[in-house]
Design a protein around this ligand. Structure first.
Ligand SMILES: Cc1nc2c(=O)[nH]c(=O)nc-2n(C[C@H](O)[C@H](O)[C@H](O)CO)c1C
Length: 155
């Protein structure tokens, strides 16, 4: 079966996470097709993800950047509900990669967080789309983190 991945990113983002996602998916699943769609901001992500699924994508990764203000945070809440709704309506994974600008004090740390999160979640998307529901089961309960060092298991 031909696999098609969707990558949706924004012009609001201060880091080109869409490019990282495309590069990672291409390296991991060389035969796959990738469709990219860039929108102005996070509230535009849900419809773009839905349109990519309707155009044939088996799964989508969205890459959003949330500003520091309260209004930005409310915008993300609305976006998140929208993205979950798309998943339920389409029965396809939409992996929501979001960097919050107040996660780190300095720009260098934000770059590291964004790169790590975009890369690791791109690999998660490939596994879920290509290898199915048990593809991550060996890592269950391992305290994996995206954007940071893994927390590790306890107990
Ligand atoms: C307040 C606000 N905050 C953000 C944000 O933190 N991150 C982002 O990507 N976009 C933001 N936007 C823009 C909206 O998501 C959207 O692009 C516009 O309302 C146009 O539909 C808005 C309006």
């Amino acid at each position: 079966m031909e696999r098609v991945y969707g990558v949706v990113d924004t012009t609001f983002s201060r880091i080109n996470m869409g490019e990282i996602a495309v590069r990672t998916i291409r390296a991991e699943d060389r035969d796959a097709k990738i469709m990219r769609y860039t929108v102005p901001g996070i509230k535009d992500l849900p419809v773009a993800a839905k349109r990519l699924i309707e155009a044939g994508c088996n799964g989508v990764i969205t890459l959003g950047w949330v500003g520091k203000s309260q209004l930005d945070k409310y915008s993300y809440l609305a976006t998140s509900i929208g993205l979950i709704t798309v998943q339920i309506l389409t029965s396809k994974h939409v992996i929501d990669v979001t960097v919050h600008e107040d996660e780190a004090e300095d720009e260098e740390s934000l770059v590291k967080i964004a790169e790590d999160r975009a890369r690791k979640h791109s690999l998660n998307l490939v596994k879920l789309v290509r290898d199915g529901p048990n593809s991550l089961t060996a890592q269950a309960g391992k305290g994996l983190r995206q954007g940071y060092e893994n927390a590790g298991p306890i107990g």
